[in-house]
Design a protein around this ligand. Structure first.
Ligand code: FER
Length: 251
């Protein structure tokens, strides 16, 4: 039986909100794509829906997940960290692997979710059949070490208890400590499977140069640059969708 489901799984006491969608025309080999939003994001953002629909159009099922402190999942935004998100993602992957009807697993994430899927694919390279980071925010760790995130400055050596992001939303010290300890460029190349990075040429949140640098770490990578496009693919969502769909169809 194929059906769409909205449900929760528990990761170490945190309820994680998930949506599984299976197309009528599920193609062989059966492929499931996990889709993760970014910092302050959720699974209903237009660009997350666009990526999910592109997977469906390629004949794949999708599993959208909301991670700690975001969307309808548990936890406070203030307390979220990239490490907590990694643990959440591992719980989502463990759940996905119980769905025995799927032969292949894809990880797709936007921005901070893009960095996340890159880090996790490097941990379990043989379990991930393709990786799709969208506008991946690979520079968050470096910016944390430099004491500036999203235009907010702080002392990287004497971290404040919190910073205020996006016009006043408090984000705790644990986020900064965790981010400072991550070195994405040292690890992401451990994933050897196919990678599609899609990035807007006019992304002001994560500059295109970040995607260019990250793509150098991969041996099997396509970097699709969308001209006149921003961080959330607000101007040409059809081009992002087409990049994702055609990449997945060729796997
Ligand atoms: C930052 C740059 C980008 C940052 C977060 C992001 C917390 C992530 C953006 C997103 O996920 O959309 O400096 O600091």
């Amino acid at each position: 039986m194929r059906e769409n489901r909205e449900f929760y799984i528990n990761d170490q006491g945190t309820e994680l909100h998930l949506k599984l969608e299976v197309p009528e025309a599920l193609k062989e080999p059966h492929t499931l794509g996990i889709v993760v939003h970014g910092f302050t994001g959720d699974m209903e953002e237009p660009h997350i829906i666009t990526a999910t629909k592109a997977l469906r159009d390629a004949g794949c099922a999708s599993l959208r997940a909301e991670l700690y402190g975001h969307g309808k999942s548990g936890g406070a935004f203030f307390d979220h960290t990239i490490d907590r998100w990694l643990e959440n993602l591992r719980a989502v992957i463990a759940y996905a692997r119980t769905l025995k009807e799927y032969d292949r697993l894809i990880l797709c994430g936007h921005s901070q979710g893009g960095l996340l899927v890159m880090l996790e694919a490097a941990e379990i390279p043989d379990q991930i059949d393709a990786l799709i980071p969208l506008s991946p925010a690979v520079m968050i760790p470096e910016e944390s070490r430099n004491g500036i995130l999203l235009g907010v400055q702080f002392s990287p050596d004497h971290l404040p208890e919190q910073i205020l992001v996006e016009d006043g939303i408090p984000l705790g010290k644990a986020y900064l400590e965790c981010a400072q300890a991550i070195d994405p460029y040292a690890v992401i190349g451990a994933y050897h499977g196919p990678v599609l990075i899609v990035h807007g040429a006019d992304d002001l949140t994560v500059p295109l140069s970040v995607a260019e640098r990250a793509s150098k770490e991969y041996e099997n990578v396509t970097l699709t640059v969308i001209e006149g496009e921003d961080h959330c693919f607000d101007f040409h969502p059809d081009q992002m969708a087409e990049a994702v769909r055609s990449f997945v169809e060729k796997l």
